[in-house]
Design a protein around this ligand. Structure first.
Ligand SMILES: *Cc1c(COP(=O)(O)O)cnc(C)c1O
Length: 380
């Protein structure tokens, strides 16, 4: 992570990555230039970070976009009108929305299925062109066996895309498990500091990478040079952030599971998680997202308002801990009936555990649940 991509600038020896803000490049003769002609097509800063990300995911080609949604839009643009994509049924709310509100109008057919249920998944793959899954999924952290799901999809001639936002290449490398394309909201762990919005695709082979680059160049949803630079700066510390956040998340998940005011905890690192073994066979850790269900008698909004360290906000994966009520926030764009069917109830809470002291985080949750704050946190 620290040394991926260029470690220094060859021209000056400057440690780190220079930012090329220029939009255009001088040509020696018409059509004769040094790798770059216009910055929508390619920019040296963005290209360097794209290569770094490809290196981390073990892919042939990396592409950076202005957001995770722009990356997903390019991905779905691989398909023609009338073709079908099979998508995990509890994917990111925005993924559902872009398929339902935008791509449906262009004739793209989306089938939503619990990708963790390989029997059902297999039944839906026939005739599909693309499968997109998240593992662990959002917000219920359901785990799909990526290797087996990819094999089923490939048997039907279907491309496999995995949204690896929650795990990052530090914990899980789906290309090595059989996936063809990785999707990232780099806004989350890769950036890691709640200060940029970015998306990425990484492809296993050059041919799919070239097709996606042609789509990106044609549609224009690129990442700007400054955000590209910030993103590489974030990636440099990904390993230490993830280790710390994951260790605290594991501790919080175990603690929550013992609290009388918590009905249920969803965290793939807990032995009680139904796919604990499947997850640990394909990833190097359980990550730092913990979802739980408040007991019915707990006043949800009072609990959230009582927190001092966890901040109520959309997004996840940054150094500061965040709390989110999926039914009203990240997953509000999913129709209520669908949400209920998926198990995204009103008392469901998703934590993104940051790098603060783990004792402070536990104490914050404890005191908010008890409806009062301790002197220790108060003094901050
Ligand atoms: C946030 C998120 C996205 C969308 O990314 P943006 O950068 O917000 O556009 C896609 N997938 C997952 C899993 C996410 O968490």
């Amino acid at each position: 992570m620290v040394h991926c991509g260029p470690g220094f600038d060859a021209a000056t020896g400057a440690i780190g990555l220079p930012i090329h803000l220029n939009s255009t490049f001088r040509q020696d003769a018409p059509g004769v230039y040094h790798g770059y002609d216009y910055a929508r097509t390619a920019n040296p800063t963005r290209s360097a970070v794209e290569s770094a990300l490809a290196e981390l995911e073990g892919g042939a080609r990396g592409l950076l976009f202005g957001s995770g949604m722009a990356a997903l839009t390019a991905l779905f643009s691989l398909l023609d009108s009338g073709e079908r994509v099979v998508v995990g049924d509890d994917v990111y709310g925005g993924t559902y929305r872009v398929l339902d509100k935008v791509f449906k109008r262009f004739g793209l057919v989306a089938t939503f299925v619990d990708t963790a249920d390989l029997g059902r998944l297999d039944g839906e793959l026939r005739g599909a062109r693309l499968m997109l899954l998240e593992s662990p999924s959002n917000p219920l952290l359901r785990v799909t066996d990526i290797r087996r799901a990819s094999a089923l999809a490939h048997a039907q001639g279907c491309l496999v895309a995995v949204d690896n936002t929650f795990m990052t290449p530090y914990l899980q490398r789906p290309l090595a498990l059989g996936a063809d394309i990785i999707v990232h909201s780099a806004t989350k762990y890769l950036g890691g500091h709640s200060d940029l919005v970015a998306g990425a695709l990484v492809t296993a082979d050059e041919e799919v990478g070239a097709r996606l680059h042609a789509i990106e160049n044609a549609t224009g949803g690129i990442l700007d040079p400054f955000s590209s630079w910030l993103l590489l700066r974030g990636i440099r510390t990904l390993a230490v952030r993830m280790e710390r956040q994951q260790a605290s998340a594991a501790r919080i998940a175990q603690w929550l599971a013992q609290q009388p005011w918590v009905d249920r905890v969803y965290y793939p690192g807990l032995a009680a998680h139904p796919s604990h073994d499947v997850h640990l066979a394909q990833a190097e850790g359980a990550g730092a997202i913990v979802t739980f269900e408040l007991a019915a008698e707990v006043d949800r909004d009072g609990f959230v308002a009582g927190l001092r360290i966890f901040q109520l906000a959309e997004s996840l994966g940054a150094v500061e801990s965040l709390i989110n009520v999926p039914a009203l926030m990240t997953h509000a764009s999913i129709p209520a009936a669908r949400r209920q069917a998926l198990g995204i109830r009103d008392g469901l809470i998703r934590l993104s555990v940051g790098i603060e002291d783990a004792d402070d985080l536990v104490e914050d949750l404890d005191s908010a649940a008890r409806g009062k704050l301790s002197a220790r946190v108060d003094q901050r």
